[in-house]
Design a protein around this ligand. Structure first.
Ligand code: TRP
Length: 331
């Protein structure tokens, strides 16, 4: 039997290059080897303030973006999380085998809550829902980036505690570490590329060429041109994007050439930026074209409903087992 993996992404409205190289590209590559379930996690998104109309359209836009990037809804079960409401039932049950102390140690909660005027209980129990996402499908693996390692470790602890209290049931989900790519903001390479930091801090996968060119051209570098000098974070980041793109395109010669120029202290950053732009657009252009076709086809909601139906079938089995083990309901 093939192993199952689950991963989730927040419906942020638009996918950026950091999401693409850090996660989505790996999910697409895993589809042949694993039974994949990908959730667009709208229940998670409501833990902070978000406009209801925006949320729904962002979920649908994210589905189109993911499919355009190669997530194939025939092979992968692609869902909007709340279309399978069993996620929340399991989350409640799991909250009873989650240590309060563990939750207080989650660094993402500390970071996020510091930015909120109103800190919801949902933001605090967010990692329990994340554990439910994974365990509902009895997933063996979870492809995640570095920033989710702590949450996954908690999911494993939750699984262990459930198993020891109610009998061995959930597999302990393992991290599936893809080609770890942590793309930084072009405007401030000390922070991760993200949409929440503001327009200049991300490059959208669906963004138009002129705007992408502008962002790459104004990427922060350094004063440069010193043989053997250490690479500054901004230049490192540009090389990272260049190399990831070049690798996917199957020709890394330009990247190698530019790297040796950097070592010799003769690299013009404008040449590096042009190369990044060109290679990146070679990756993004077909994705953007595919996105337009998928949107024109007009059946994304149908596709998501089909995903939800397939996911619900698995979820129903799990929750029936869990209810029985825990002794919930009248049976
Ligand atoms: N918290 C994850 C993030 O912000 C998204 C997520 C929700 C997730 N549920 C998940 C990731 C389950 C992996 C598995 O990126």
């Amino acid at each position: 039997m093939r192993k199952r993996v689950f991963s989730g992404i927040q419906p942020t409205g638009t996918l950026h290059v950091g999401n693409y190289f850090g996660a989505v590209r790996n999910w697409a590559a895993m589809q042949d080897e694993y039974d994949c379930v990908i959730g667009i996690v709208d229940y998670h998104a409501i833990t902070i303030d978000i406009d209801p109309d925006e949320l729904r359209s962002a979920s649908i836009a994210m589905a189109l973006d993911l499919m355009a990037c190669g997530i194939d809804p025939e092979r992968t079960i692609l869902i909007v999380q709340s279309d399978v409401p069993t996620h929340t039932e399991l989350s409640w049950i799991l909250s009873s085998v989650t240590s309060y102390g563990d939750l207080t140690r989650m660094t993402q909660f500390k970071d996020k809550s510091a930015k909120q005027e109103f800190v919801s209980a949902g933001l605090f129990t967010y990692p329990v829902l994340q554990a439910a996402d994974i365990l509902l499908y009895r997933a063996h693996g979870v492809p995640i980036g570095e920033d989710q390692v702590q949450h996954l470790e908690l999911s494993r602890r939750i699984a262990r505690r459930f198993n020891s209290r109610f009998g061995e049931y959930f597999p302990e989900p393992e991290p599936v570490v893809g080609k770890g790519a942590r793309i930084m903001s072009l405007a401030d390479p000390s922070i991760k590329m993200s949409k929440s930091a503001g327009e200049q801090h991300y490059v959208g996968v669906m963004e138009d060429e002129a705007s992408i060119r502008k962002k790459i051209r104004s990427a922060v570098t350094d004063t440069g041109l010193e043989a053997g000098a250490e690479m500054s974070p901004g230049v490192e980041n540009l090389f990272e994007i260049l190399e990831l793109s070049a690798e996917m395109l199957g020709d890394t010669s330009v990247a190698t050439e530019l790297r040796s120029e950097h070592e010799q202290g003769s690299l013009m950053y404008s040449a590096l930026k042009d190369a990044v732009f060109e290679r990146l657009m070679e990756i993004l252009r077909p994705i953007q074209k595919r996105r337009a076709e998928l949107e024109a086809a007009g059946n994304v909601v149908e596709i998501l409903r089909d995903g939800a139906r397939r996911a619900q079938a698995i979820a129903d089995e799990t929750i029936a087992d869990v209810r029985a083990r825990v002794g919930l309901g009248t049976g």
